[in-house]
Design a protein around this ligand. Structure first.
Ligand code: HPA
Length: 245
């Protein structure tokens, strides 16, 4: 049997309602427990393992998520490919609210998060090659599936990851724009780096739920409320259309 695909849900994907034969897996890791139960089941004919990164009741803010435990638990469950969902703000004009983005690059602005397995005193130090932080074939499958399902998708983009939990200032977003960021979120790192250290193929499917600070005319939270549900539906549609192998 082929390996199950890991799906990490975020604010835009708190649960997978279409999971068939779903059951919870017990997960313990040397880093402590993952955010919540890992749910294994079948989605569109593929075995998947779902984990909601903010945990039951959405109680874990981005900086307090145990990213090492989450990635380790998914790897221990036999996962080899991870698709990570994320709700993000749009910085570039093309990253408009309601649109899906499959980013191809990352800039990491987070700090103080446990960002490497190498720091655990046991795992040998590795300087992983992170030139291309997302897995090419997994991203391509998502792009094709999105296009095939007629979804409004931007096939590449630079994902800037901030510390949160507060949103950014307008000046911070202007700086990120100068840096080349297209979208901004708070959970993309160290998740992607840890997945690379663990040898997992990792792709992100972001949904733009607002214009980033200083980029739009309406209040950010009103915009998020307006676009979150639409984004969830699009994300659900994409994952049901195709889960990468
Ligand atoms: N900034 C950071 N993270 C986010 C945003 C944002 O504007 N929107 C959704 N997640």
């Amino acid at each position: 049997m082929s390996a199950p695909v890991g799906i990490i849900g975020g604010t835009a994907l708190a649960e997978l309602t279409d999971l068939e034969d779903a059951r919870d897996l017990d997960a313990h890791t040397p880093y402590g427990p993952p955010s919540g139960p890992l749910r294994r089941g079948r989605l569109a004919g593929r075995e998947v393992v779902f984990l909601f990164r903010h945990g039951p009741g959405h109680r874990l803010p981005p900086h307090a998520i145990n990213y090492r435990a989450n990635i380790r638990a998914l790897a221990d469950a036999g996962v080899r490919t991870v698709v990570a969902a994320a709700a993000v703000g749009g910085i570039s004009d093309a990253a408009e609210p309601g649109r899906l983005v499959i980013p191809d690059q990352i800039i990491d602005y987070t700090w103080g998060r446990a960002h490497s397995f190498s720091a655990d005193g046991e795992t040998p130090l590795q300087h992983v090659d992170f030139t291309d932080p997302y897995d090419g074939p997994a991203c391509d499958e998502l792009r094709q599936a999105a296009a095939g399902a007629g979804l409004n998708v931007l096939g590449k983009g630079v994902h800037g990851v901030t510390q949160g939990p507060r949103l950014e200032t307008a000046a911070e977003i202007r700086r990120m724009q100068r840096d080349g960021c297209d979208i901004v979120g708070m959970t993309g790192m160290p998740e992607a780096g840890l997945a690379r250290e663990a040898g997992l193929a990792y792709a992100c499917c972001a949904v733009v739920v607002n214009r980033a600070a200083g980029r739009g005319d309406s209040a950010i939270h009103a915009e998020i409320e307006r676009y979150l549900e639409q984004g969830m539906t699009a994300l659900g549609g994409l994952l049901t259309a195709a889960v990468p192998r």
